[in-house]
Design a binder for this molecule. Sequence first.
Ligand SMILES: [Zn+2]
Length: 201
Amino acid sequence: MNYPSKLIEEAVIEISKLPGIGKKSALRIALHLLKRDEKQTLMLSEALVQMRTKTGFCKQCHNISDTDICLICHSPRRDSSLLCLVEDTRDVLAIENTSQYNGLYHILGGIISPLSGIGPNDLNIQSLLNRLEQNHEIKEIILALSPTMEGDTTAFYLQKKLKPFSIKISTIARGIPIGGDLEYADEVTLGRSILSRISYE
Ligand SMILES: [Zn+2]
């Protein structure tokens, strides 16, 4: 592609490095940023700089946070006897959006994946064990990991590591999506939903 300006070309190259954005969309975004009010574009770049340089991680749960301890860990309204283990911050956002969970979180920062060279030591597992040693309030740990082979490997490893603490360990239910047709569910999902059936109330 020929660009009318070297500066636009540089901006397009940087924008196109973002996920899901190709060169064409990047050019459209760059031209839009150039065309709109200068103040607004500067506000966007300032917001990005602030986010990138000032945002850190919660020292307790490893969630993204502007403060040492995040708002969830800090809140007196959360149930501190429940701890939900998730792979990353996106999972916290997804669970928070359901408004069905009021406990705390611990973010592993990934999942055990021998193929990608990610082992237990690359995840926030030691900090989880330290947290449990120091905090005896936690009564139940919910494993909310993806229903994949890596998710299962990670859950198996964690369950072994957590055993000495004698805390109740549960996993999120797996089954047929609400509004889904049984005949269209894949065999693994249908099989698992039969195995983890619940009593009818
Ligand atoms: Zn936190």
